[in-house]
Design a binder for this molecule. Sequence first.
Ligand code: CTP
Length: 408
Amino acid sequence: MQIYKVGGAVRDRLLGIPVTDVDRVVVGATAEEMLAKGFRPVGADFPVFLDPRTGEEYALARTERKSGRGYGGFVFHASPEVTLEEDLIRRDLTINAMAEDDHGNLTDPYHGQRDLEARLLRHVSPAFAEDPLRVLRVARFAARYAPLGFKVADETLELMRQLSDSGELEALTPERSWKEISRALMENQPQVFIQVLRDCDALKVLMPEVDALFGVPQPEAHHPEIDTGVHTLSVLEQAALHQQPLTVRWACLLHDLGKALTPEQDWPRHIAHEHKGLKPIKAVNERFKVPRDCQELALLVGQYHTHGHRALELKASTLLELLQSFDVFRRPQRFEEFIAACEMDARGRKGLENRNYPQADYLRGAAAAARGVAVQPLLEKGFKGPELGEAIKRERLRALKAYKEGTH
Ligand code: CTP
């Protein structure tokens, strides 16, 4: 048997990027031979094995990667006769279809090196279409390598468009899609992920609610970029520049979905878009079975982001309601994430990227003031049950009024 490094490890070494995961392909071996050598199978009928000493993956060379529509299952053909070239031609991108042996010799039948130099994400062959998830993968690689100048090749974008229009994307499982979406959002330029999905018509299939934001105008006074889709991309860009966590990035992407539901005659104003956005946010959350913390923050940011912007004008009672909605007394971190999302929203506007956002510290101060109310003295006064709750609320309101007077 011959063993080669393949995929991301070869690509990233050639790009001079640190390699974390090493995948290997094994040519000329059977599953039985792998088991006899002490490799452990990954799953039942997957021709992939783990080296128990290193945890690294070894896949038997294979052809056929067709995903079973509607099942999330795959059909593989692995056999000792499958050559390295036959395995590589079924991979997604030329830059991912290079192999390297133990002596550092490169096998590059589909010119991955040339495309690395040309900064092109290009599919290897029509077999690209065997796995529609690759539409998301290419958009994710575009987001990751955009700072190096990579673009999607025109003919690959065209193939991605055909896949999007064919209805194949609808067969992807929520789990596989979310894995790509969440990884893409954590890349350097997540806005490029959304832009590429839009360029190949995949966005209107995967997240029509986000796609619908493009072409919707906002008042120029607050939004010099005008277009709500463009604004959303800028907010995401800011979130990455400020190294925000996934929860915040997800909330940034969905915060303005309600604006797509404004009747055209009301443009460019968007009355009650915060509330109108909750239904589409919920729909996207559920479509991809998004983790709970991301779901919750997206809904809260959708509902309250304009409260964040108007923080300094809010009455003490409204401030208290806001803090309670976030359950800030038990979950201070989530409120911090809300503040971060609001700040990214304020900066994701043309020419306003470096503006100050005094609302952030003001909101932190308000949360601290309300949290500073001690419960012990109220217990000592004999308050219990619902009365205790009311007394705490009264004291918190008093603290917030004092905070407002002190800071205004
Ligand atoms: N691959 C593919 N089609 C897929 C998934 C993977 O062709 N849908 C191939 C590619 O050759 C890829 C390799 O399998 O390079 C390994 O896949 P994976 O580990 O998912 O990605 P990497 O390319 O290693 O990239 P990353 O840095 O994102 O892990």
